[in-house]
Design a protein around this ligand. Structure first.
Ligand SMILES: [Zn+2]
Length: 97
């Protein structure tokens, strides 16, 4: 008889669905959600769809009816302008040639 499976400690992970609320994984810590609109990074505790929807409705009520596509575009635009922390560009050293 197999021993009862231990309950795994659930670590909330960013779900791609959260883009629908305007959230993406924080570049500094990908287990934490970041609001695309105001760049607020939530604690891991904030990684609840209800919290994110709440934030969107309260803080960005003008964006709450936007489709996920809108936020995806926002994310893409942001990635173009903000260098990712996880893959920093190498420093260009001023070497004499
Ligand atoms: Zn926000």
């Amino acid at each position: 008889m197999a021993p009862p499976r231990k309950k795994l400690k659930a670590v909330r992970q960013y779900s791609v669905d959260y883009i629908a609320f305007g959230f993406v994984p924080s570049p500094a810590d990908r287990t934490r959600p970041m609001c695309l609109i105001c760049s607020n990074v939530f604690s891991n505790e904030g990684m609840k769809p209800s919290r994110m929807r709440d934030h969107l409705e309260k803080m960005h009520s003008d964006k709450k009816d936007k489709p996920a596509e809108y936020f995806k575009k926002l994310r893409d635009d942001r990635e173009k302008t903000t260098p990712s922390i996880s893959s920093p560009r190498p420093f260009r050293l001023l070497l004499p040639r």
